[in-house]
Design a protein around this ligand. Structure first.
Ligand code: GLC
Ligand code: CA
Length: 546
């Protein structure tokens, strides 16, 4: 194992989906003021850092992942002055601040794109503009599909086409253009100068495309969407992208205390992922296999082994994620039948909606998975609401859906709104303390059955999921952080158990209780009262030989 020298090697980072975290001015949309108010909650939870989803000015074609100005704050969320205060207050509370940088594409409202549409000299060189194919250029320049569905090209008034791997409001930037590179290095420095501790890099595997933008190959022009992982495609994971990150690392290295990066890179293998983590590139990258793993001890074990082994080849800490703002919430993912292999999230979403969820089982498993996640070596990301045991809101009325995936998939994929519903803080009715104002309609409606899920309702209940997370985060610091390499303990097939030093974590994914070692003391259990036996769908932390 890599010796622990810096906070980010073992950090627990809480993902703040700002639009849905807390509303400080009563308009039904989360904002910087709401986040500042709730910093004490995060400090009490015990997280080391927050990652804030994009908070820059945006027309919201993709919930802020379409940035029109990288050096400002979206007016609905607040002001730059408030952002400064937030950063300072978070630091005072011992919480580091990571922002989300979106370098693969800008908004179509960005000044650069407006200039490109006006055909100002050289402006189109910052994006991927091409003439079309066919006699009159009426066919798109290649066969690429958008990740959200439909073709990845849109035609402009004078007949040229521009590339967008996501929504049409998200034109892809041309990273072969030195001006684009210089601009983003400057944006990084802008925020580092303001005390920001690092960045989560959006679509980190997409910036550089294969030379000449060749066709993806057979079948791509009929595929419903461009899949981000499991495929080698000229849009993704090109070797040239590493040069970009070597430049970014140089920018970060100019600062003290340390500034860090975490990549969102959906790549075909862990070996490809490790390339982003070479010592002169990025510090960490999400390992999404855990998020895609079914509730099965054998698969969990494989995923953990592989993630640790691969991260070790480049001296990086493994980085564990159970969910985020792009995938079905953990409780719901575990509430239906479990496949034998890693889950293709988009495809699974469609299938799941047909099977009746067992939320009790889902919650039991999610609580157990959290104990596994937080016992592993490396860093962990907790998506807001995981600590409250929230489920995916699957019954949003179609007319309130905002995710561009819904429309771009021809209304076949409901998209990601169900994991982005505003958090319940208090009270028995919506907006559950999310907004100061009680009559406001939140930007996505909250379900009527959430009174027992609020932070307030869970605060005083020692067995609530909120208190399980609080207990886990404080015990993690005490028993896991410095405990060393992971070693598996031989058990039955439906159980996975490992030790790191004297600390042990056991998880039972089967249907019958299993005996726990007699000479070990229970530190924390996902099922209250766990003693000599580990119940089904549960996990426990033990100290051996105590
Ligand atoms: C990333 C984000 C996702 C967004 C996409 C395009 O995958 O996590 O929310 O839609 O990039 O920016
Ligand atoms: Ca607001």
């Amino acid at each position: 194992m890599v010796p622990v020298e810096s906070w980010w090697q073992t950090a627990v980072v809480y993902q703040v989906y700002i639009r849905s975290f807390a509303d400080g001015n009563g308009d039904g949309i989360g904002d910087v003021a709401g986040l500042r108010d709730r910093l004490p909650y995060l400090a009490r939870l015990g997280v080391d850092a927050i990652w804030i989803n994009p908070w820059y000015p945006s027309p919201m074609a993709d919930a802020g992942y379409d940035v029109s100005d990288y050096r400002e704050i979206e007016p609905v969320y607040g002001t730059l002055a408030e952002a400064h205060r937030l950063i300072a207050e978070a630091h005072e509370a011992g919480i580091r601040v990571l922002l989300d940088i979106v370098p693969n594409h800008s908004s179509d409202h960005h000044a650069w794109f407006t200039a490109a549409l006006a055909d100002e000299p050289d402006a189109r060189q910052r994006y991927h503009f091409r003439p079309g194919r066919g006699a009159d250029g009426e066919l798109p320049p290649n066969d690429w599909r958008s990740v959200f569905g439909g073709q990845a090209w849109t035609r402009v008034a004078d007949g040229d086409w521009y590339l967008h791997l996501f929504a049409p409001g998200q034109p892809d930037l041309n990273w072969e253009n030195p001006e684009v590179r210089a601009e983003f290095e400057d944006v990084l420095a802008f925020w580092f100068d303001k005390g920001v501790d690092g960045f989560r890099i959006d679509v980190a595997h997409g910036l550089v495309k294969a030379d000449g933008l060749p066709d993806g190959g057979t079948g791509d022009d009929t595929a419903p969407t461009l899949v981000q992982h499991n495929a080698s495609h000229p849009a993704w994971d090109q070797d040239g992208v590493h040069d970009v990150y070597r430049g970014w690392r140089e920018v970060a290295n100019r600062y003290a205390p340390e500034r860090i990066f975490i990549a969102e890179a959906w790549v075909p293998s862990n070996e490809r992922l490790a390339r982003y983590l070479r010592p002169d590139e990025l510090h960490t990258a999400f390992q999404f296999d855990f998020l895609r793993a079914p509730w099965r001890a054998d698969v969990l074990q494989e995923v953990v082994d592989e993630a640790i082994a691969v991260a070790a080849t480049v001296g990086a800490p493994p980085t564990w994620v159970l969910s985020n703002h792009d995938v079905t919430r953990t409780v719901t993912r575990y509430s239906r039948s479990q496949p034998e292999h890693l889950i293709e999230t988009d495809w699974e979403r469609a299938r799941w909606s047909k099977e009746t969820p067992d939320y009790e089982a889902g919650l039991r498993r999610a609580r157990a998975a959290a104990l596994v996640q937080l016992a592993l070596p490396g860093t962990a990301y907790v998506y807001q609401g995981e600590e409250l045991g929230l489920e995916e809101v699957e019954d949003l009325p179609d007319e309130v859906r905002q995710d561009p995936m819904w429309e771009q998939s021809g209304f076949t994929d409901v998209g990601r709104d169900g994991c982005r519903v505003p958090l319940p803080w208090a009270d028995d009715v919506a907006p559950y303390g999310f907004s100061l104002s009680k009559d406001v309609q939140t930007w996505l409606p909250q379900p009527p059955h959430w009174p027992s899920k609020t932070a307030e309702a869970q605060d005083g209940d020692p067995h609530s999921t909120l208190n399980l997370y609080r207990d886990a985060l404080s015990a993690r610091a005490a028993i896991w952080v410095d405990s060393g390499d992971l070693e598996w303990i031989a058990t039955t097939p439906e159980v996975a158990a490992f030790r790191r030093g004297r600390a042990q974590c056991w998880v039972n994914t089967g249907e019958i209780p299993v005996d726990l070692p007699a000479d070990a003391e229970v530190v924390l259990a996902s099922v209250p009262g766990t003693g000599t036996q580990l119940p089904p769908d549960s996990a426990v932390w033990l100290i051996a030989g105590a």
